[in-house]
Design a protein around this ligand. Structure first.
Ligand SMILES: [Zn+2]
Ligand SMILES: [Zn+2]
Length: 773
């Protein structure tokens, strides 16, 4: 049997359906062991042995040896490959000196709690010198004091390091004086704005540790497999690191299938063909695997999607056999630890045959060795994709994975180019630690920690750029220049002024109309998109309808509801070039490809209601909201219209061709920048006032930029080639959501010229080739 036949046989189908476009088989892999490093204390070897770990794998020992030699190292191997031993081993070995300390950072509390349990077990089983303690928002004051004074291993998260530890570093003097190691677990999670914040935070940490210890700590990272983990981790910590990527853990054979959703007879905007949604298709596959007795986990990005998929699968199973209906369940972030463990156990024992889950499960939760994985919609990065795939596969058995492409340009491209998923080594992590908005806030925090010295500037980025940010802060009255350095002289804690998880804008309160309860807050830039009147707002898995957005009072009023639709805002945008940072052009300037600072003015003009499972458009309503300005970075191109005409377009086709190219470029940018589609936007014009020419812009949706535009600029050829291929390989005639239509388009996807977009993109690619170095 071929791989495709085996996969479809596992689903219980007769013959290979047309939906299965590709398969890729990963052969079973045996374990490769190594000896414990010679420094390992015998008591530690016994402690590992007590939990059944008798011999380490090669990649674990390699990582430990780099760390023990004092080198920054990142271990980037598959799910369930025992990455935590890679840092537990060197840390527990070093801490046996009775003096050294280590700091562990996890992006989520659940993961930190799992790790705490593992360290305490090691201490109990013989590594008695280990004194691990949590230090987070939930830690009681007495326990915090104990942690500072007695723990030699502190488990926390970036947020707590930022506001709770570094600003009070004097109290941690003893701990920092002996800080040998810092663990960055799930390092691939730190990307975009959050990643940029964490990168600067780690530079602050290194500076404080150097102050006490005279040397920076050694950073040990654990990451999912991704394009270029050494570069990504080095950028994150601000120092050179080695990556260990050869996975020596055993794994069963896995066959991965790429699945195209079926065309329906429904028609969308401008008569575009509509496919069955990834959610509905994922539910079908979950159902069919369950009927065949194959234990499956299906991943989807949203919590409501996870709930909807489990419900749909349960309904379909009930039609086949009522006793099967209760054997699928949703499993998502927001569940209590006991609830999560119950689902995990039910899956292991086979009482549950299928679960639908949000990717939250990626973060260190213990489910592996399932028979099948369904990935409904591209999860955003290769790191996430492989982490999800890694849930399938038991030693000595066949297992299955199916990726269901959603209806958007990136998924369309990947569906037809599996090599871009499996073989293309574009680095996943994009961060911009020198974004002035992010850097400025952290330089204030750093100055409050220890006055900033001229020689400190270079550690935060290119010295000139950092100096410019510092000068602006002095001018704005944030910092004061004195002979001994730059000082923070305000009574407030500088760190408290910035959250690592949003990008500024005054917080808006979200209030439940019925109870008056404050549910949470939102940055004001997001409110027009997510909290306009009529929006469906999801908070910790519960759904609300927005009744009112009062911008003067900074309040959003919501009421509890269970609509079977979601909402999507649409905007119109203008853009102004403020400064060009870099550009490529050919000698006669027939094409300019550039990146730089821009002012973006957006106005949310309407929103659509879409059915939760099918994604079908139920209606569109206008909104009256004021336009807003955003100062950010963009990547753009422009060319004289006669050149585009010479390339095969006509003047009247220019607007639709540029517009379609813009939409598709936005859709494909995540391939090179690993952004969310919603992190960026675009503008196209047949005559842009600043360039005087036909122009297309793609901008970063975060104030100051999160690094996406620079990455797009640098990866021009890969990005545009993929965009052209995605548009060309879409089987529709005039454009559809899988190629050039955008759900966000405030111009209702008009005009759009699908064929013209390909002409424009090929023209730009040819121009870039002739401008090449
Ligand atoms: Zn199409
Ligand atoms: Zn548009």
């Amino acid at each position: 049997m071929t791989d495709a036949e085996q996969l479809t046989a596992a689903l219980g189908y007769q013959g290979v359906p047309a939906q299965l476009l590709h398969t890729r088989r990963f052969e079973a892999r045996p374990a490769r062991f190594d000896d414990w490093p010679k420094q390992t204390p015998p008591a530690l070897i016994d402690a590992f042995g007590a939990s059944g770990l008798l011999r380490p794998w090669q990649h674990q020992v390699a990582a430990a040896q780099h760390a023990l030699a004092g080198e920054h190292v990142v271990l980037a191997t598959g799910t369930a490959s025992g990455k935590s031993l890679g840092y537990q081993l060197p840390i527990a070995t070093q801490l046996a000196d009775g003096r050294s300390t280590a700091l562990y950072l996890a992006p989520t509390k659940a993961l930190g709690a799992d790790q705490l349990g593992a360290w305490r077990a090691l201490a109990r089983d013989g590594a008695t010198w280990l004194r691990a303690s949590p230090y987070d928002g939930d830690t009681a004051p007495a326990d915090r004091t104990w942690a500072r004074q007695h723990a030699n291993l502190v488990l926390t998260n970036p947020d707590m390091l930022h506001v709770g530890i570094l600003p009070h570093h004097q109290r941690w003097a003893q701990f920092f004086r002996n800080l040998a190691y810092v663990v960055i677990d799930e390092a691939h999670v730190y990307r975009g704005v959050f990643g940029s914040h964490v990168a600067v935070l780690l530079r602050r940490l290194s500076r404080v540790v150097e102050h006490y210890r005279g040397a920076p700590p050694v950073f040990i990272g654990a990451s999912a497999t991704s394009g270029n983990p050494a570069t990504a981790f080095s950028t994150l910590i601000g120092a050179d690191a080695t990556a260990i990527t050869q996975d020596a853990s055993p794994h069963g054979a896995v066959t991965v299938g790429f699945w195209e959703t079926e065309l329906t007879d429904k028609r969308g905007e401008h008569g575009a063909p509509i496919r069955r949604s990834a959610t509905a298709t994922g539910a079908d596959l979950l159902t069919d695997f369950a009927i065949a007795g194959v234990r499956t986990i299906a991943f989807i990005r949203s919590r409501r999607g996870a709930e909807a998929m489990a419900q749909a699968a349960s309904r379909q199973l009930a039609e086949v056999d009522p006793s099967l209906a209760s054997r699928v369940s949703a499993y998502r972030a927001g569940y209590l630890p006991e609830e999560r463990r119950a689902v995990e156990t039910a899956l292991k024992t086979g009482r549950l045959l299928g679960v639908s889950s949000t990717p939250a499960l990626e973060l260190g939760i213990d489910i592996a060795g399932l028979d099948a994985v369904v990935v409904a919609g591209w999860p955003g990065t290769r790191a996430s994709f492989f982490q999800q795939l890694g849930r399938a596969g038991r030693a000595g058995q066949e297992s299955w994975a199916v990726y269901v492409a959603s209806d958007d340009p990136l998924d369309t491209y990947l569906l037809h180019h599996p090599d871009a998923v499996f073989d293309l080594a574009v680095e996943d992590t994009v961060i911009d630690p020198v974004n002035p908005h992010i850097l400025g806030a952290h330089l204030c925090a750093a100055s409050a920690e220890l006055p900033l010295q001229p020689e400190d500037l270079a550690r935060f980025g290119p010295e000139e750029q950092v100096r410019a940010v510092v000068d602006d802060l002095v001018e704005g009255g944030y910092l004061r220049r004195r002979p001994a350095g730059w000082f923070w002289t305000h009574p407030e804690h500088a760190a408290a002024m910035v959250s690592l998880r949003d990008d500024g804008g005054g917080p808006v309160d979200i209030v439940d109309v019925e109870s008056g309860a404050l549910l949470g807050s939102m940055g004001s830039p997001q409110t027009h998109y997510q909290a306009h009147p009529g929006a469906v707002y999801v908070h910790q898995g519960r759904t609300f309808l927005v009744e009112d957005l009062d911008e003067d009072a900074h309040v959003v009023m919501v009421s509890r509801a269970e609509p079977d639709y979601f909402t999507q805002a649409r905007d119109i945008t203008e853009i102004e070039i403020l400064d060009t940072h870099e550009k490529r052009e050919n000698l006669d300037k027939e094409l300019v490809w550039a990146t730089g600072a821009v002012k973006v003015t957006t106005q949310v003009v309407s929103f659509q209601r879409k059915a939760l499972v099918s994604g079908e458009i139920l209606g569109e309503e206008p909104l009256e909201l004021a336009a807003r300005d955003l100062f950010t970075t963009a990547v753009w191109f422009h060319a004289p219209s006669e050149r585009l005409v010479a390339a095969g377009l006509t003047m009247d086709r220019l607007p639709g061709s540029l517009h379609a190219a813009e939409h598709a470029m936005i859709g494909l940018m995540p391939l090179v920048a690993s952004n969310d589609r919603w992190d960026i936007g675009g503008v196209s014009m047949a005559l842009h006032p600043d360039t005087g020419q036909p122009s297309v812009f793609v901008y970063d949706g975060h104030a100051g930029g999160a690094g996406f535009a620079q990455r797009g600029f640098a990866q021009a050829e890969v990005w545009l080639r993929a965009t052209a291929d995605a548009v060309r390989s879409c089987p529709c005639d005039q454009g559809c959501p899988a190629c050039v239509q955008s759900p966000k388009c405030g111009n209702r996807n008009s005009p759009l010229d699908k064929a013209g977009a390909v002409t424009v993109l090929e023209f730009v690619l040819a121009g870039l080739q002739s401008s090449a170095r």
